[in-house]
Design a protein around this ligand. Sequence first.
Ligand code: HEC
Ligand code: HEC
Length: 365
Amino acid sequence: VVLAAVGVGCFGLAGGGGTSAVLADVHPAGARVPLGLPPIEAPPAAAAELGRALFFDRRLSVNKTLSCAMCHLPDQAFTANELRTSVGMAGTSLRRNAPSLLNVAYLPRLFVDGRAASLERQALEPLIHPDELANRDHEVVAARLGTVPEYRRLFGRAFGSAQPTPARIASALAAYQRTLLAGDSPFDRWRYGGDPAAFDERERRGFEAFERHGCSGCHLVGERSALFTDHGFHNTGVQARSTALLGADLRVQLAPGMATTIAAAELLRFGSADRDDLGRHEVTGRAADLRAFRTPSLRNVALTAPYMHDGSLATLGAVVDHYIGGGSVADPAQDPRIRPLAIDRDERDEIVAFLQALTSDRLPQ
Ligand code: HEC
Ligand code: HEC
């Protein structure tokens, strides 16, 4: 009951929020990419426009209650700040945090374990995942959309045929998401735009510390552009710490001044988010991939709390503290580059200031 109530709160917020702001601004074909991002081809405009309509449409779910945008909220950088892990169909908690969709156009593998090789393949999964849009199969979605005259028109414009098909739905959703580019942060104007005033002294020292302490060994920064990821999978000790906390009771805030405790055993009945997660290993079966997760981009990271694949760290300060403490030294599978760091309080705050300066001025809505 409690978890379902949390879910309703989420839906109310998503449903009331963004829809009017949302209808602006599809990255136009031929437009230059924002400063600091690598060149990329713009997707076909008609497919992106159709994809945008689909992304916000609850009719994509089995009972017309859930849309992509309700877990990836446009006014929260296409993630969900209130939720550690997503809440899906009928209030079920998912195991993982919803990643931001900003700049997903650049990702060679999707999902934090890299199990989808393209945005097109990725889009098919939530449509039929029983805890997400929960359709029986993709054909029923195509058939449902085929009864809507407006969609027949949009499919016709995008694909030269008014008939929705699973492949066209996936292709349109992918095209829309490829328009969600966000660069041009203070960091970009300083490093790639030649504007020394864009970055203050603390942010600059934070960036130097970021490089000196090896952060940029995984969160790559290039000469002409930066995505802050090596597209690789690493065990940074996050899951080992979360696993150690499994089985604890959960304290839930129902309203200001009103809280309750749910016993661990009870939690499992609601589909708790607290399940073990072996990360990339679940895809490859390789021992080297145990509890390894994809290196996320750090662009706009100030807007995408909570952090890590399971949302287990609430603030950027907590993330930096995780690294300073050396992750989970007890996990033998942890990447050897994650080890205790000699970083004092000032330097920690400078790194946080640098991370906050990765926020784009203009975000796609
Ligand atoms: C119930 C909440 C929920 C819904 C609905 C949902 N997602 Fe997600 N999405 C997630 C979560 C959680 C993840 C991370 C799962 C993982 O990595 O295993 C994710 C991952 C993704 C990713 C991968 C991003 C990356 O960085 O690799 C994309 C792209 C995406 N979703 C797009 C969509 C689209 C398109 C839809 C609608 C068809 C959708 N999502 C519906 C919760 C949701
Ligand atoms: C060995 C590679 C590696 C190194 C070194 C590394 N990171 Fe990470 N970073 C990752 C991975 C992998 C994740 C995601 C872990 C997860 O989801 O469980 C991550 C997550 C993050 C996040 C959270 C992003 C989000 O959206 O959730 C931040 C912030 C971050 N790292 C900053 C840093 C800083 C600062 C340093 C240096 C002190 C650093 N990283 C060093 C690989 C690395």
